[in-house]
Design a protein around this ligand. Structure first.
Ligand code: SAH
Ligand code: F3S
Length: 398
């Protein structure tokens, strides 16, 4: 049977601690959580808020006021990490004024850069990876006794399915259905920071969905690193969509991000037939050159991706498609880049997230390929596709 951590009272998410006379459980302290990176991190921060609320912590929205400051971080590109190091220096100034403040670095960067954090920010009290949030109460307790806490064990059985996140009120709720990634794209640090893939069962997710509707949410966004490789027992992603589509009161279902290789017929059928599933897909291409895709280990060719898009548009003529693109990957020639540029023009994405390649320590590309496209060329290529995409998006919007 599913167990939920007790949530005492919604007032615990108030922006200020309760006043005198309010009958509430013992207040253990106040916490401020700052989130960087993807929606999965937003969802993880909600999970951390739930864990801490369950032991009597109030969530505040200003770092300056909180007893505990947690930074939930991203490791996907170098600039994401630089931003956090910069922010940590600022947060240390709060600690200098209020020495009892506990400062924690959580999430992917904690997992990826433990040693660098210890060296560059020795004032950090807690370092917790994505599979270690259950030990937050213990970590804070240790840190409050001036005992730094490091929790970085990746645990392929950890799915947090029994814990209740605290979500901001609203229309849209993030729902993590799968954690980790088994794909091993050569440029990507996620398999190393988030560990192996695991999915939460259909009945648990359906129950959570009912609960979200009861709380007033109208839309859910299913989250996973390769959300459509979802597999829980004999149920695949298509089955999950069909099941959640039957949840009464729910209006819309979205999901992010699917992997082209897992875009199976049942998934496409479910998307086309389920009235609540939005006709929208974020389908990361990364590169329009099959040679580069192979070096990235994306496991599809440019033509296979084209065929998939054609098949989906055939079934769903109004399908809106967005994507992720990386320019300047190891060994990318001008010709490879031109293939990306023209493929983007051919597919005409509604929108795109575009990045220049950032070499990440620990990845397969870092170990066995050379980051040989000059920075200047990476920037030029990036500007080139951004400009083209800007015009395409503009035309589609009109
Ligand atoms: N499957 C995940 C991918 C997470 S990373 C998801 O879609 O949720 C998001 C995007 O960041 C990737 O699709 C890729 O385009 C980009 N990215 C990942 N590693 C990168 C790197 N080393 N350099 C530049 N961009 C990267
Ligand atoms: Fe990263 Fe590729 Fe997985 S981009 S998250 S290794 S699908």
């Amino acid at each position: 049977m599913r167990r939920k951590l007790p949530l005492y009272n919604s007032i615990q998410t108030a922006t200020t601690p309760p006043g005198k006379g309010m009958a509430l459980p013992q207040v253990m302290g106040t916490v401020y959580i700052e989130t960087y990176g993807c929606q999965m991190n937003v969802s993880d921060s909600e999970l951390m808020a739930g864990i801490l609320s369950g032991i009597g912590y109030y969530l505040l929205d200003r770092a300056e006021d909180a007893d505990v400051i947690l930074i939930n971080t991203c490791a996907i590109r170098e600039n994401a990490e630089e931003k956090v190091f910069h922010r940590l220096q600022h947060l240390n100034s709060i600690k200098r004024r209020k020495p009892d403040t506990v400062l924690g670095v959580c999430g992917c960067m904690a997992q990826h850069l433990r040693q660098q954090i210890i060296e560059a920010a020795p004032f950090v009290d807690i370092i917790l990876g994505p599979d270690a949030y259950r030990s937050l109460p213990q970590a804070i307790h240790a840190a409050r006794s001036k005992d730094p806490f490091v929790g970085l064990k990746l645990d392929r059985s950890e799915d947090y399915a029994d814990l209740a996140p605290i979500r901001k009120d609203g229309v849209r709720a993030w729902l993590t259905i799968q954690r980790g990634c088994d794909k091993m794209c050569t440029f990507c640090v996620v398999p190393f920071t988030r560990g192996r893939e695991r999915s939460i069962s259909v009945p648990i997710l359906a129950e959570e969905c009912h609960r979200l509707v009861d709380e007033g949410f109208k839309e859910i966004v299913l989250l996973g690193q390769t959300v459509n490789s979802y597999q829980a027992g004999k149920h695949d992603f298509g089955d999950l969509l069909v099941t959640l589509n039957q949840v009464e009161g729910l209006k819309r279902i979205r999901f992010t991000s699917p992997h082209p290789n897992d875009a199976s017929e049942p998934m496409i059928e479910a998307m086309a037939n389920c009235d609540k599933v939005c006709q929208q897909i974020h389908l990361p291409l990364q590169s329009g050159s099959t040679r580069v895709l192979q070096a990235m280990r994306r496991t599809y060719t440019a033509n296979e991706y084209r065929d998939l898009v054609a098949q989906m548009r055939d079934r769903m003529p109004n399908l809106s498609i967005s994507t992720d693109i990386i320019v300047g990957f190891c060994g990318e020639t001008e010709e490879d880049f031109q293939q990306t540029y023209s493929m983007m023009a051919e597919i005409r994405y509604d929108s795109a997230f575009m990045f220049k390649y950032s070499d990440r320590e620990g990845t397969l590309a870092h170990k066995s390929l050379t980051d040989d496209v000059p920075e200047k060329v990476k920037i030029e290529r990036l500007q080139c596709i951004i400009e083209q995409q800007y015009q395409i998006s503009h035309q589609i919007n009109q």
